[in-house]
Design a protein. Structure first.
Length: 311
């Protein structure tokens, strides 16, 4: 696995509950990674040849600000660059945004990705996101805006929302989006979905690690658990062709996954990701698959709290 970046999903908790969220994040999702878990994971990431960058994401990582602060400092001390993906809920004004970002900039934060679009909200959510972008620009941080739109719109209407140079793309139909943004979309037979068009499943350059220690290759597809082994071991031993979900997806996309797993579901889907997500959701309760797909909240099921979580 030619890994370049490790994305730490500090928490599934979020101030918002967006209809397009890949992970079913929201205010009722429990807990986060602990400090020791996060520090151990960053040390492991830094020990892997080729890893250059660690991101702090969620959910909303800034709900656990002390962890982000400590993590950004550690990443800098280890000679890697750091990034944060955030909705900016705390930037009620531009000076408030500066107050939250300045300590992180001083600790060496390399970049900031801010989610701004109509699916996150056109009222306060958008104002706060914009305030955070302005604050980041004042501080000289490298800032990028992430925007998506409802795939059911003829045109990406939110394209009118970003500023010049910013671009919205249709939300992908995974997680909550597969439940809430599908109705009304044209559907096609499963046989048309014979590849994964969006992720480098065979040779991933990025992975996500969540508060349970799960290593995600795509959201909800697990390559192992860093609390059971270690990240360097998992990266070294990565064998996607032997994986009961990744192997078929690489060979022939969602159609091959359904055939390999003997899934008999409604074979009409709106996209590769929609098919892939629904097939995996159908496998979630099978004990033999629990190492390979999860955790519950990614699939909209009742979550367990992370093992060493804060409340
Ligand atoms: S899309 Fe982002 S802001 Fe919205 S619920 Fe998910 S993590 Fe939170
Ligand atoms: S097809 Fe499946 S593995 Fe590929 S990007 Fe979509 S959800 Fe992820």
């Amino acid at each position: 696995m030619p890994l370049r970046s490790v994305h730490i999903v500090l928490t599934y908790r979020c101030t918002y509950e967006c209809s397009h969220c890949f992970l079913h994040c929201g205010p009722n999702q429990p807990g986060s990674m602990s400090m020791m878990e996060m520090e151990g994971l960053i040390d492991q990431a830094a020990s892997i040849d080729g890893v250059e960058r660690v991101y702090f994401e969620g959910g909303e990582p800034m709900l656990y600000y002390p962890l982000v602060e400590r993590g950004v400092r550690q990443v800098g001390e280890l000679g890697l660059s750091s990034g944060i993906v955030t909705c900016g809920y705390y930037a009620t004004t531009v000076p408030d945004g500066e107050m939250w970002l300045r300590p992180l900039k001083e600790l060496g934060l390399s970049s900031l990705d801010v989610s701004i679009d109509g699916l996150h909200g056109t009222g306060d959510a958008m104002t706060h996101g914009r305030n955070l972008v302005d604050a980041a620009n004042i501080l000289g941080l490298d800032v990028n805006v992430i925007s998506v739109c409802d795939p059911r719109e003829d045109e990406c209407k939110d394209a009118s929302l970003p500023r010049p140079g910013e671009e919205a793309s249709p939300a992908m139909l995974r997680g909550r989006a597969a439940h809430e943004l599908v109705e009304g979309l044209e559907v096609h037979h499963l046989g048309q979905f014979t590849e994964c068009p969006h992720e480098e499943l065979e040779r991933p350059t990025r992975i996500h690690v969540d508060p349970y220690g799960n290593v995600h290759i795509c959201q909800g597809i697990l390559a192992g658990n860093v609390w059971d082994s270690s990240l360097p071991q998992l990266v070294k031993g990565y064998d996607p062709h032997a994986h009961p979900v990744l192997g078929p997806l690489i060979e022939g996309g969602p159609e091959a996954l359904a055939k390999a797993q003997g899934i008999d579901t409604d074979p009409q889907y709106a996209s590769e990701c929609h098919a892939c997500y629904e097939i995996r959701k159908g496998l979630l309760r099978e004990t033999r698959m629990r190492r390979f797909i999860g955790p519950n909240q990614v699939y909209g099921e009742e979550p367990e709290p992370p093992p060493n979580s804060y409340v």
